[in-house]
Design a protein around this ligand. Sequence first.
Ligand code: VG1
Ligand code: CO
Length: 543
Amino acid sequence: MTIHTVNTTPFAGQRPGTSGLRKKVSEFRQPAYLENFVQSIFNTLGDCAGQTLVLGGDGRYFNRHAIQVILRMAAAHGFAKVLVGQGGILSTPALSCVVRKRAASGGIVLSASHNPGGPDGDFGIKYNIANGGPAPEKITDAIYGQTQVLGEYRISDAGDLDLDTIGSARIEQMAVEVIDPVADYAALMADLFDFAAIKALFAGGFTMRFDGMHAVSGPYAHAILEGLLGAPRGTVINGTPLEDFGGHHPDPNPVNAAELVALMSAPGAPDFGAASDGDADRNMIVGRGIAVTPSDSLAIIAANAAVAPGYRGGIKGIARSMPTSTAPDRVAQALQVPCYETPTGWKYFGNLMDAGMVTLCGEESYGTGSDHIREKDGLWAVLFWLNLLAASGKSVDTLVREHWARFGRNYYSRHDYEAVEAKAAEGLMTHLREQLPALAGQVIDGYTVDFADDFVYKDPVDGSIASKQGVRIVMNDGSRIVFRLSGTGTEGATIRLYLERYERDVAMHGIPAQEALAALAAIADRLAGLHQRTGRERPTVTT
Ligand code: VG1
Ligand code: CO
């Protein structure tokens, strides 16, 4: 085995987005593309000697190849040890858990999350720091800086390692441990939730369908739901990870998991439905005839946190991304704990959790989690709901309606316009920004604009500032229109329009969400020139 220094030249565009570097597989397959990015991570870390790295991915196409390359490069940089999930598999939350539990210095996640996989799909890579969470912006900026100047990378010429057998091996001086990808994570879940109560629920005939969407949550769901909790076999469907996710879009929302939603509305529906995304950090919660919005799910979890043993002592605070509905804010107020509003992306929650300022975090994009790790966690949310269903004896539908009756309902929807021409999308955002100073006080179709701005976040822990995080137009009844451009797409630009309207009156809680939000959508269209600028009649995806 020899370590080689290989000359290379920078690739343009290796800037990490909302959650790591995401590109088409065809782009990642270019010679040295992956190597350059990994070298840039290692250059940013500085001296890697003696450090422990955790490595794994969601099993999508290119995962195994990338793992072998990263192992050879880590060995060339003097890492003491790499912990790699068996088969190259580690869900994003499991990787976060392992980094923390084994006190590693960081981890590399290989995933493009909810983006489609396969040779024609997407691939992604992300660095997580020692707290188990995504690297903050100052690190991702430094990594990007490295990608633009590097001239060489270092790699061992060792052969491929057997990733499928649990055990220890060596590459150069570096120890490699192939670990069970589920064990540490499952043990953590058993600490947080009342497994005995959930077991009793299943033993009593409670039925559930968990859709793994052929992605990485499958092995975790099989082991925990059907294994430890005794749910009948068949509870988990699409539970074997496939390199192309069976050709589907592994994004758990009512559009991409339409079959599950249809099943939950059909006669004889199970009591509870749930789904997770490519890397298992997202979750969708479905009851009979009702899909719970992620914002409501966070609010309901917060309001009922004490049912789960891990949260019996109460929560310290809540953080939600700016576009997420303000439903959690109302719960925080009732609990008399703070509620923080952060930019989109889990990396902004890390400081708040590390500082002990918040316990629960969530995003409207089907992401929920807590300070048990530093990533959002799909199965964690599902287990929380199971714990709540077991403790309350109520249905999902009843829990949601009772929550609305107590706190009011935040009607909410996100409209995505995908693969829009980048110039048109930029033009739309500029056009909106130009109008912001004049909007406050204006009355539009019966709504009075309270304030309008481009969201700026000042991290209360380290004072760092993130600006241009989304245009928001907030009405004086709390209704909101938010526009931002996606930072995870790989084709053109994706415009996200977020709509929210608050309704206190219980008699008005049964309106279909799109109907309740139609007036706001029309205002948003008018202000942004959405349809005219994109040439689209309607959104690509509505959730
Ligand atoms: C999207 C979501 C954001 C989420 C991010 C990563 O980002 O909106 O809330 O944190 O995906 O999720 P964007 O920039 O495309 O809006 V995951 O599960 O893809 O890692
Ligand atoms: Co994900």
